[in-house]
Design a protein around this ligand. Sequence first.
Ligand SMILES: [Zn+2]
Length: 384
Amino acid sequence: MNTKDEKVQEISIHQLAEVLKREKDFLLIDIREKSEIQTGYLKGALFIAPDEILEKVTEMGIDGERPLILYCGFGIKSLDVGRKLKKHGYKNVYTLREGFEGWRAAGYEFSGDAQFSPEQLTRYSRHILLKEIGIEGQRRLIQSKILIVGAGGLGSPSALYLAAAGAGTIGIIDHDVVDLSNLQRQVIHTTDRVGLPKVESARETLKKLNPDVNIITYNERLSKENGLRIFSGYDIVIDGSDNFPTKFLINDLAFFTGIPYVFGGVFQFEGQISLFHPHGGGPCLRCVFPNPPPQGVVPSCSEVGILGVVPGLIGVLQAQECIKVLLGIGDPLIGRFLNFDALRTSFVTFTVKKNSSCSLCGENPTIKKIEESEQFCESRIWIA
Ligand SMILES: [Zn+2]
């Protein structure tokens, strides 16, 4: 190997400070000992021990062109490790002259909270590689608290993907038990758990998928009595409910607790999703549907069928919107209502607007506290 090719370029502390401000497409790697990292580290850094670095960057699928910036304590050891990476085909390797101690002495900002374990780095590597997520985004997911109402057709895929994504806490409320007829679409449950509470079955599956996730279960029906107690402390709520009154109750609880509401609904071959967040400038469910359809106009849940993959798709989209909101990336479905038609394989998005005379989030609201509406039953678009 040509020695010139293996030369690692050093960057100064001030250059790194500029790069951190401007660039996004690099990976910053801290190669120090655990005891050193505990005294502080650079925001956004990955922690990889020198003897594991080749294995880790290979596992993470980092391509050879991606700029890698290494730092150690004083800028000596990182040169050795940098040369090793260059020898193995990583072309753009840089090291920090004077290392972390130089950075700290120069008075630049550094972080001091808990870092990722090597297992977490590997588990979440495909997120960390995305510049829109990175180590900071993953940390935000790990710190998030997500409530899912219903461990059924919508709640199953939502919960599975959010647990896989590393959501720190997932709360699940459901008062039902697993029935054989659920298994055609409620993929979080298994045949041997028929008769068990759905929340227990969901916990077991999610823990096997990702033991890091804290699962909180509520084996009860969401009501105006328990709603505020259950909602308090969560960052966002996902609607996996199967009836109109519960959807309106979720809407109102989300409004009064100030959290975004990821709405979902399915019927036969169709699904709907939106993100209601009046505190974020969008409409609420009551802005869009002030007058629910009268009882008896449409068949009830038990009378209509549902293509199993439809809640699968909508539930995954709900998890996606939830992650986007938690990370502050992309354009969330605020002010938009998406309709999915499985028979046509079509996705159509409608604009939905805030209603200034909305009874909940309008200028002169008539709903000032939690009240569960009982005067209507299921409507054709709300059945899960
Ligand atoms: Zn409203």
